[in-house]
Design a protein around this ligand. Structure first.
Ligand code: FEO
Length: 405
């Protein structure tokens, strides 16, 4: 699904009386953080809360969209009347229009954690009025009271949640967010959630999975909080089913599926041959198996399946006496993203020397707690009947391992 330009929202939308979405949809950027493909775009959700006495803004948007952002604010209020800018998260997709807001409303008070205020000074400017908040601090806007909840490392260390006590609305920053620009609606009850679930999982795998423990801690902190509307900083706003994104995030933090992922590179088709054999035989034995050729699939999508599989196989040709570079990059991502310990198998193809590639990969993955499934398939050139016999043993061991995990 490629969205047409005119299908995206670029104006303010009312959430409840005196509470508005004033975010933007980014359909320009190709790679989020310069790394992760966003073919369906991404929304940067910002919110205006009009209390009976004071007005607060929650986060801003990417600097590229500051004109649209300011125009959205002007649809509702005069931006000079904003009293508080609340920094739930300082990554520039949410803080990029910080200086423009301060230029328009120079007396605005900036609210955030101690670290958030420090980062804002380093990223933007030194001289602004600030209020540093601590866990459970409150702020009155008149008929609306904001409560601040420390929720660090979601996904930077300075992050907080903001909660409106009277309306029971939680603004959760990156947590419970997803990729995918908002199209034909911003609320879960009016859009195709099957599309957003896929993009939410990919966002979780690419951006949040490293901080899974902090997702679990943050969830514990909000357990006793009644929530009627959940407003993440990306993706849909949840009115109909608040539990949906929260339970999905927890599932991805904690549970693995009975599936096997085969991630491989292949220069001349030899690894392809053994992958096809393994995939066919595993499927015959009713094992769910998904294979990805790294030359044709971006790691963003592979990580999305890897975070909740029990077993994965890596297939690497020996490349100039080293690990195939795309596989080496994948191993690095597995380490960076703190992929939970799993069991893994290896398929190595070489022509004149194995160059201890299997040993190098085993060492790297075992050092982060992953279990190796024997045998390592060391194949030389095209796949032989002997290789298939070894593959059959590997399949039996994979099935045994799946049953024990
Ligand atoms: Fe959406 Fe971590 O920024």
């Amino acid at each position: 699904m490629i969205l047409k330009k005119e299908e995206y929202f670029m104006s303010s939308i009312k959430i409840l009386e005196n509470i508005y979405w004033i975010g933007v949809n980014d359909k320009r950027n190709i790679l989020f953080e310069g790394l992760w493909p966003i073919p369906y775009g991404i929304s940067y959700n910002s919110y205006i809360i009009k209390g009976s006495e004071k007005i607060a803004l929650i986060d801003t948007v990417d600097k590229y969209y500051e004109k649209e952002f300011i125009s959205n604010i002007k649809e509702i209020i005069n931006p000079q009347k904003i009293e508080y800018l609340i920094l739930n998260h300082l990554e520039p997709d949410h803080s990029g229009s910080f200086e423009e807001i301060l230029r328009i409303a120079p007396k605005i008070k900036v609210i955030g954690s101690h670290l958030a205020i420090n980062i804002a000074k380093k990223y933007y400017k030194e001289d602004f009025e600030s209020i540093i908040i601590k866990d459970n601090d409150t702020l009155s806007l008149g008929d609306k009271t904001l409560k601040f909840i420390e929720a660090p490392w979601l996904h930077w260390p300075e992050t907080i949640f903001t909660y409106i006590i009277e309306d029971q609305i939680l603004f959760s920053g990156d947590a419970f967010g997803g990729f995918g620009a908002l199209n034909k609606g911003i609320f879960d009850e009016e859009i195709d959630m099957s599309f957003y679930e896929k993009e939410m999982k990919r966002y979780f795998a690419n951006i949040v999975s490293h901080y899974s423990n902090f997702v679990i801690k943050a969830k514990e902190k909000i357990n006793s909080l009644p929530i009627k509307i959940l407003c993440p900083a990306h993706g849909p706003i949840y009115k109909k089913n608040i539990e949906y994104p929260i339970s999905k995030y927890l599932q991805w933090c904690l549970k693995d599926e009975d599936k096997v992922l085969i991630i491989y590179g292949s220069m001349y088709g030899h690894i392809n041959e053994i992958v096809e054999y393994l995939e066919r035989k595993l499927k015959e034995k009713k094992v769910k198996v998904i294979s990805y050729n790294l030359s044709y699939t971006h790691p963003s999508y592979i990580l999305t399946d890897l975070i909740d599989c029990k077993i994965f196989l890596l297939g690497s040709p020996v490349y100039e006496a080293s690990i195939f570079p795309l596989i080496a990059n994948m191993i690095e991502l597995i380490k960076i993203k703190h992929i939970r310990p799993k069991a893994f198998g290896l398929l190595i193809n070489f022509t004149w020397g194995e160059s201890k590639v299997s040993e190098k990969i085993r060492k790297e993955l075992q050092e982060i707690g992953m279990n190796f499934i024997e045998p390592c398939l060391l194949t030389k050139g095209k796949i032989t009947e002997e290789d298939k016999k070894s593959a059959n043993i590997l399949i039996e061991n994979i099935i045994e391992k799946l049953q024990s995990l």
